[in-house]
Design a protein around this ligand. Structure first.
Ligand code: NAI
Ligand code: HPV
Length: 597
C-alpha cells in the first residue's frame, strides 16, 4: 500500500469571512491512487444506522408505556434509567445508540458532544421538542423523531378540562369544601356558551379543542398564520389577525409550539390590548407567556383567571406567586397524561426509534426531510448513483485545490415540482465529503456539513421530453475552480464533470469530462486517457490479468478513431502500486487515475 498523507485545512473565505471553506491537500508517492476511509462500501445508512453489528442500546430516560418498552426490547438492549442528573445523562450517553425522553429531560448540546458520535436517534415520546437542542442534534448527524399524534386528544381534553374547571372555579371550590367551608356565593362562575374562544395555534390540538368548544356553544376564532383556511372552515372556526384575535376574545387557549417567534407572545403589551376580564388557558408551553407579565395582568384585573398546565421552569418554584395566585388553576404538565395517550405515544415513539435505528427513513423526523416510503423506493437507485458520483468527482480533484462549489443538474421528464431532491443532494454531499474527511454525513447533517465546510451547492433542473415514468434521466455534477488529477475529466469550460444514470436498476457512469462512457458504478474504476489505437485494451487487460485483478468491464469513449479517448476499466480488486505503474508506462496512455467507489 502506498504512503499517503492528506490534510483538511479549514480556511476563511475572503468574500464571506464567516463561512469556512475546506482545502484538501493530498500528497502521495503514487499520485494515481487516493486514500479512502475504511468504511464498508455496502453500508449506506440513508439516515441513521443500517449496519449495526451489535444489538443497539436504547436509553429510556423517562417513564414510557409498557407496550412501547416491549417493542423496544424486541430489538435492542433497553436501559430504563429515570431521573438522571445532566451529568449522569452525559456519562451514560456514549454507551447508547438511541435516547427516548419526554418533556422532563433536557437533551442539550453537551449530551450530543458526550455521546462521541454513538447517539444516532433521539426519540421524543410526545410532541414538543423544545427540550431537545435541534441544531446540536443536526450538527452531530443525530436524527430526532417525535410522536406527534398519539397525545393530541389527551391534550385537547385537558385544555377543555382546564377551561371548564376555571370558568366554574372547581379547583378553588374543591379546596374550600375540603377545608370545611361552604362558600356558594364566592365561587359563582361564568358561562361558556356564546363566549368567544381564541385558539392561538390551530394545529392538531387546537383543532380538537375547537371541535369540543363548538359543542359547548362557544364562538371559536383562531390565530395561526400557517393554518389552512379549509380546515378552519370545515370546523367552523374563523381565522383572524393577531390584533383582532387578542382584542376580541373572552377566553384564550394556547396551542402553539415554543419557538423564538412564539416565546412570550403574551406579554405586557399584548395583555394591555385584551378585553378586561379575559381568561387564559395554557396547555402548550410555559414559555409562550411572559409569566411575570401574566401575574401583573392578573393583579390588575385585565386577566380574570388563568389555568396553566405548563411553566417556563418545571416544576415551578414552590413559592411562585403565579402558581399560588387565587385566580390561577394549575396542573403539573398533565396534558398528555392519560393511560390511553401514554400507551399510544410509547408505541408511536418505539416504532419510530426502531425504524430509524434500522436505517429506515422516519416518518416523524423532526430534523430531516420526511420521504414517503413509495417515493423512497422509486428514488433508491438514484440515491446510490448520487453518492457514487460524489465519491467519484471528489477523487478526481488534484491535491491542494479543494472543492468549494458543486453544481448538480437533474435531468428529468417530470415537472420541477415532481422531484424532491433533498435526499439526492444529501447523498452527493456524503459522497463528496466522506472520502476526504472523518465526518459521518447523512440525511440529517448533510446540508449543515456542506455549509460548514463552505461547500456551495447549486441545483439545476432540466426538463426533458419523454415519459415521466422514471423520476430521473441523469444526474450531472460539475466541480468548478478545481484542478483535476485527470485532465480528461475536465469539461470544455474547465470544470470537473461527471454524469450518470440508472440502467436496469443499477447506477452507471455515462460521462467523464467531455467523453461519453458507459460503465456500471461497482467496485473500483481505472480511468485512462489515451490516443485511440488498436491493442491498448489488450495491453491493459493482460497487465491486470497477470496480477490477478479481475476486470468486470471495459468501455472506451472517444471523439473519433485515432483521436483521444477515455477508457474506463472496472476492477473487482484494488491493483497494487506496481500494476498501476505498469499501466501508466503504456506509451499511448497519457494519464490515468484509480478511483475507489
Ligand atoms: N401539555 C401537554 O402535555 C401537551 C402539550 N402539547 C403542546 O401543544 C402544542 C401544540 O401541539 P400540536 O397541536 O400537536 O402541534 P401542531 O404542530 O399540530 O400545531 C401547532 C400549531 O401552531 C401553529 N403556530 C406555529 N407558530 C405559530 C405562531 N407564531 N403563531 C400562531 N400559531 C403558530 C402552527 O402553524 C400549528 O398549526 C405544542 O406546544 C405541544 O408541545 C402537546 C401535547 C401535550
Ligand atoms: O407532547 C408534548 O408536547 C407534551 O408536552 C407532553 O409532555 P410529556 O410527554 O407528558 O412530558
Amino acid at each position: 500500500m502506498a504512503a499517503f498523507s492528506f490534510t483538511l485545512t479549514p480556511s476563511v473565505h475572503k468574500a464571506s469571512p464567516s463561512s469556512l471553506s475546506w482545502t484538501l491537500s493530498l500528497s502521495s508517492s503514487v499520485p494515481t491512487s487516493f486514500p479512502t476511509r475504511r468504511r464498508p462500501t455496502n453500508a449506506r445508512p440513508i439516515v441513521v444506522v443500517s449496519a449495526l453489528n451489535a444489538k443497539p442500546t436504547i436509553l429510556v430516560a423517562e417513564k414510557l408505556g409498557q407496550a412501547g418498552l416491549e417493542l423496544l426490547k424486541g430489538f435492542a438492549n433497553v436501559d430504563c434509567s429515570y431521573n438522571l442528573s445532566p451529568e449522569e445523562l452525559c456519562a451514560k450517553i456514549s454507551l447508547c445508540d438511541a435516547l427516548i425522553v419526554r418533556s422532563g429531560t433536557k437533551v442539550t448540546r453537551e449530551v450530543f458532544e458526550s455521546s462521541g458520535g454513538r447517539l444516532k436517534v433521539v426519540g421524543r415520546a410526545g410532541v414538543g421538542i423544545d427540550n431537545v437542542d435541534l441544531p446540536a442534534a443536526t450538527e452531530h448527524g443525530c436524527l430526532v423523531v417525535n410522536a406527534p399524534t398519539a397525545n393530541t386528544i389527551a391534550a385537547a381534553e385537558h385544555g377543555i378540562a382546564l377551561l371548564t374547571a376555571m370558568a366554574r372555579n372547581i379547583a378553588q371550590a374543591d379546596a374550600s369544601v375540603k377545608a370545611g367551608k361552604w362558600q356558594r356565593s364566592k365561587y359563582v362562575g361564568v358561562s361558556l356558551v356564546g363566549k368567544t374562544l381564541l385558539l392561538m395555534g390551530f394545529g392538531k390540538v387546537g383543532s380538537e379543542v375547537a371541535r369540543r368548544a363548538k359543542g359547548l356553544g362557544m364562538h371559536v376564532i383562531a390565530y395561526d398564520p400557517y393554518a389552512p383556511a379549509d380546515r378552519a372552515r370545515a370546523i367552523g372556526v374563523e381565522l383572524v389577525t393577531f390584533d383582532e384575535a387578542i382584542s376580541t376574545a373572552d377566553f384564550i387557549s394556547l396551542h402553539m409550539p415554543l419557538t423564538p417567534t412564539t416565546s412570550k407572545i403574551l406579554n405586557d403589551e399584548t395583555f394591555s390590548k385584551m378585553k378586561k376580564g379575559v381568561r387564559i388557558v395554557n396547555v402548550a408551553r410555559g414559555g409562550v407567556i411572559d409569566e411575570e407579565a401574566l401575574l401583573r395582568a392578573l393583579d390588575s384585573g385585565i386577566v380574570a383567571q388563568a389555568a396553566l398546565d405548563v411553566f417556563t421552569e418545571e416544576p415551578p418554584p414552590k413559592d411562585s406567586l403565579l402558581v399560588l395566585h387565587e385566580n390561577v388553576t394549575v396542573s403539573p404538565h398533565l396534558g398528555a397524561s392519560t393511560i390511553e395517550a401514554q400507551e399510544g405515544v410509547a408505541i408511536e415513539i418505539a416504532e419510530a426509534v426502531v425504524g430509524a435505528l434500522k436505517g429506515e427513513l422516519a416518518a416523524t423526523a423532526v430534523n430531516a426531510p420526511m420521504v414517503p416510503a413509495e417515493v423512497l423506493s422509486e428514488l433508491a437507485p438514484f440515491v446510490l448513483l448520487a453518492e457514487k458520483l460524489g465519491r467519484l468527482a471528489v477523487q478526481l480533484v488534484a491535491g491542494g485545490s479543494g472543492v468549494q462549489s458543486v453544481k448538480i443538474t437533474y435531468a428529468s421528464c417530470r415537472g420541477p415540482d415532481d422531484l424532491d431532491t433533498r435526499l439526492l443532494r444529501a447523498m452527493i454531499t456524503k459522497g463528496l465529503i466522506e472520502p476526504i474527511s472523518s465526518v459521518f454525513v447523512n440525511l440529517v447533517n448533510a446540508d449543515f456539513t456542506a455549509k460548514q465546510r463552505g461547500l456551495k451547492i447549486t441545483e439545476e433542473r432540466i426538463v426533458l421530453d419523454g415519459s415521466p415514468e422514471k423520476p430521473l434521466k441523469f444526474i450531472q455534477l460539475q466541480l468548478a475552480n478545481v484542478e483535476s488529477k485527470f485532465a480528461g475529466a475536465l469539461s470544455d469550460t474547465g470544470e470537473i464533470k461527471v454524469q450518470g444514470m440508472v440502467k436496469d436498476g443499477l447506477p452507471h457512469l455515462t460521462m467523464v469530462g467531455s467523453f461519453g462512457v458507459d460503465v456500471s458504478l461497482e467496485g473500483s474504476l481505472i480511468l485512462c486517457k489515451q490516443v485511440d489505437q488498436p491493442g491498448i485494451i489488450g495491453k491493459v487487460g493482460s497487465i491486470l490479468g497477470d496480477r490477478n485483478v479481475n476486470v468486470n468491464f471495459m468501455s472506451v469513449g472517444r471523439f473519433a478513431p485515432q483521436k483521444q479517448a477515455v477508457m474506463t476499466i472496472g476492477v473487482d480488486e484494488e491493483p497494487d502500486t506496481e500494476t498501476l505503474k505498469q499501466i501508466g508506462e503504456i506509451q499511448a496512455i497519457e494519464e490515468f487515475v484509480f478511483l475507489k467507489l
